[in-house]
Design a protein. Structure first.
Length: 192
């Protein structure tokens, strides 16, 4: 992954507003055709921050990729020349990509601050290699176990371990509370 220190001189980050569900196509298109359009010296990196989300439906665990910023793609590029004017070729190339609504900021988009890009990269890094449960739980909450040896029992959440995606739950077995450790996807909220 390119670090902010190896950024091309004068390159800046911009946010692109895209049609919902078109973010991946926009990223792929720009990466694929920037070379053919001889824009490698203007367009450098395209970011589509995502995380893996897991949930259980009908007893089956499913995982899918969720966009951290739906409707947006981030692009590192030379958009303005030394004279402060928009450079036409990369401007029109990006604006005319199918699925792009436009640059955030309209006809004179402001570049993102480095702190904003650092925060986006930190979110990508935090989500990397981890599954995030679709539902977030709280200590003290009542849940129903949906999978495993304790299926159909209800319990109370005593501890949450987000790093491992595990919950410590006290379930009532023969009138005694017994602590068990389960994964997030093995329980569901008891709806009121």
């Amino acid at each position: 992954m390119a670090s902010s220190t190896s950024a091309p001189v004068g390159a800046q980050w911009f946010a692109l507003h895209t049609l919902s569900g078109q973010e991946g196509k926009v990223k792929t298109y720009i990466e694929k055709f920037k070379k053919a359009e001889e824009l490698d010296d203007h367009i450098f990196e395209v970011l589509l921050p995502t995380e893996v989300v897991s949930e259980v439906k009908g007893g089956k665990k499913t995982t899918k990729t969720r966009k951290l910023y739906p409707g947006y793609v981030f692009i590192q590029m030379h958009l303005y020349g030394e004279d402060g004017k928009v450079i036409n070729r990369p401007w029109y190339f990006v604006k005319e990509v199918a699925g792009v609504i436009g640059f955030v900021g309209g006809e004179r988009p402001a570049a993102l601050r480095q702190s904003e890009i650092d925060e986006i990269r930190a979110r990508i890094e935090a989500a990397s290699g981890k599954e995030v449960p679709k539902v977030q739980y709280e200590v003290g909450e009542e849940v129903k176990v949906t999978d495993g040896a304790f299926a159909n029992l209800t319990g109370r959440i005593d501890e949450i371990d987000p790093e491992r995606g595990k919950l410590k739950i006290s379930v009532s077995i023969f009138g005694r509370f017994t602590p068990v450790e389960l994964e997030y996807w093995q329980v569901q909220r008891i709806t009121e």
